[in-house]
Ligand binder design. Sequence first.
Ligand code: SAM
Length: 231
Amino acid sequence: MNEQQLSERLEKVVSYVQQGARIADIGSDHAYLPCYAVQKGQVEFAIAGEVVEGPFQSATKQVRSLDLSERISVRKGDGLAVIDSEDRVDTVVIAGMGGALIRSILEADPEKLMGVKRLILQPNIGAHQLREWGEKNQWGLVAESIIKEDSKIYEILVLEPSEKVVRYSNGERLLGPFLMQERSIVFQEKWQNELANWTQIQAKIDATRAKNEEKLAELTAKIKIIKDVLK
Ligand code: SAM
């Protein structure tokens, strides 16, 4: 993978960036996504935000080596803190982290999302955390994708601010409203795997003498949700 040839995962993520957008890519270790989008003429301006020194240096080097410093600003900082109002960022991309971490980044600086019209999120796990965040903060899903690359399955969520109340059923929150409708082969594989895994854990907890009843009830509820969707 490099700035010209993205991974299939990042290619799918960048496909949701609208023409002429001003983006902030948060957690941009090599700045591949901003470099690719600027070189293709897809975005006007990009921030590559990184909190860790090593990846920040890699992103800085990459942008300099491609002579893209006028269009891509590499900034060191935590999450959305790297965005300033004068940047007029309209799209935020956060990819390749867990859903809980992405959610904590969104919650840490909610004022930075004023003026942002689109969030493109790619959680490696725990996508339901982001649908739940959307419900609480009135950001509705406008698209979702699920892909498999190098035997790993990734979900991509696209959210926009919503005038209406955002509410999902338990099934939609856990599995994704668009993904449930589409029911792709990859989607079925992911949830068959989760079902097998959670059923095994359920049996193990059930077999212990001092059962964690709360955990058991939570797992049983999740298993029922998946079974209902897959049937
Ligand atoms: N976004 C790229 C991708 O999808 O391929 C890189 C993913 S990499 C696994 C996650 C990156 O996010 C790491 O470089 C890490 O240092 C950075 N990161 C983690 N927490 C962050 C935060 N709070 N703010 C900015 N960057 C963060």
